[in-house]
Design a protein around this ligand. Structure first.
Ligand SMILES: C[S@@+](CC[C@H](N)C(=O)[O-])C[C@H]1O[C@@H](n2cnc3c(N)ncnc32)[C@H](O)[C@@H]1O
Length: 409
């Protein structure tokens, strides 16, 4: 299991705890979590810490035993991941879950024609044919209730058999939640382990924007490594490990978990500290992680079409478009963020990267404009060096991760 380690800052007690990562996530702050934690501590004046754009929930992982956390993201999968770090769980009978999932999968397995199975192919052409046959399941009509992944994703990031396991495990998880045997915390733990299993059996590069085509013998061999992965084993192993971690590490500090647009979330915050890590680039997170969102919603979404055909990435038609990723909207998005922090009477630590959609100079200008009268505002780089607020040559420095900090005067 990958554990994000947090070293102790020499002149300060350790704020962070070690936590296992659950999925692969672009822009996860796990690697620089000490910098983030120190930055938050430098503006903190009491109350909850709101992780306004929580993504893979690394902040909850690291600081969930230090502060009351409000974890927010517009995507539902993020709430599931945060729950694992923040919510105590009761007991989970993994053997019973395994038996149930096995029975569910057996039924679906009988619907997968033998030509779709990867055992025994000889040539690249044969492999490509199996991939194509897997992909055509999108045109099939299945009668059993839990067939979303089998239909929509066979032959993409996963094989038909792996997809049938995703559906089968999801069905077994839902049954326990519906019957009341599991509460939200147990449900989230199992769902997060399923997202983990999906990530580590996927033939993609860690996200779900594009799956790879087997164009050459080399790519076929590599894709086939993932086609052979036993998703169910990855799931049960992770669930086991995470159950132990949660039992040993989760502390009830009256945390809360929200799935709102950041502006709405800020309306519910009162005199806390906001940690803001909005998207930096013009590509939307909802394009990279749509398959996890669909797993959580399990709502058989309409898929995006272009020229009358479903797009290769099989994205949800309704996926979220963030104003932080749209050049004409990004300035106003930051203004709303700063004004929301002001209205909520909170302090702010804002992560920024020099690959961002907006210059550091502009960001500081907007922060001063909205918060300047009531806040002390400064910028630090990862070595905790104060920067000169974009007035000298800082703009041109090779800075990757910095923090804009605003503390109430
Ligand atoms: C850079 S990632 C956050 C990464 C996170 N700090 C971590 O360590 O995993 C940005 C997140 O902002 C979320 N997001 C984008 N627009 C949003 C909005 N309008 N309201 C709330 N969340 C939003 C995305 O879903 C994405 O998870």
């Amino acid at each position: 299991m990958t554990i994000a380690t947090a070293s102790i800052h020499p002149d300060q007690e350790c704020l962070t705890r070690q936590f296992p990562q659950q999925i692969k996530y672009m822009g996860s702050k796990a690697k620089i979590i000490d910098f983030v934690a120190d930055s938050i501590a430098s503006v903190y004046q009491g109350g909850a810490v709101c992780d306004l754009f929580s993504g893979s929930a690394s902040l909850s992982g690291a600081l969930g035993a230090t502060y009351p956390i409000v974890s927010n993201d517009i995507q539902h999968y993020s709430a599931i991941l945060a729950s694992v770090y923040l919510r105590e769980i009761g007991s989970i009978d993994i053997d019973d879950l395994q038996r149930d999932a096995f029975v569910n999968q057996r039924k679906a397995q009988n619907l997968i024609p033998v030509e779709l199975q990867y055992a025994g192919f000889g040539t690249l052409e044969e492999f490509q044919e199996i991939e194509k046959l897997n992909q055509t399941l999108i045109h099939e009509n299945f009668r059993h209730r839990y067939h979303l992944f089998l239909k929509n994703y066979s032959g993409t990031w996963w094989s038909a058999e792996q997809c049938s396991w995703i559906d089968a495990i999801k069905q077994a998880i839902d049954k326990r939640r519906k019957s009341g045997a599991w509460g939200d915390a147990e449900y989230a733990l199992a769902m997060a382990s399923l997202m983990h299993a999906m990530a580590y059996s996927s033939q993609g590069t860690g996200h779900y924007a594009q799956y790879r085509d087997a164009k050459t013998e080399a790519s076929m061999r590599d894709i086939n490594i993932y086609r052979q992965k036993r998703l169910q084993d990855l799931f049960f192993r992770k669930l086991n490990q995470m159950q132990i971690w949660v039992q040993e590490n989760v502390v009830d500090l009256n945390h809360s978990i929200v799935t709102k647009d950041y502006q709405d979330c800020l309306k519910g915050i009162d005199a806390g500290t906001v940690y803001a890590d909005p998207p930096y680039a013009f590509v939307h997170y909802s394009r990279f992680y749509h398959a996890m969102e669909t797993l959580c919603l399990y709502d058989y979404p309409e898929l995006q079409e272009k020229g009358g055909s479903i797009v290769k990435g099989r994205y949800r038609g309704d996926r979220h478009q963030s104003p932080f990723c749209i050049r004409t909207q990004v300035d106003e998005a930051f203004r709303s963020l700063f004004n929301g922090v002001l209205q909520s009477n909170s302090c702010l630590a804002l992560s920024y990267s020099n690959t961002a959609m907006i210059t550091l100079e502009k960001l500081i200008f907007l922060a001063e404009e909205c918060l300047g009268a009531k806040y002390k505002i400064w910028v630090e780089d990862q070595d905790h060096k104060h920067m000169t607020m974009g007035r000298s040559n800082d703009r041109d420095r090779d800075v990757k991760e910095i923090m804009l900090l605003a503390r109430k005067k």
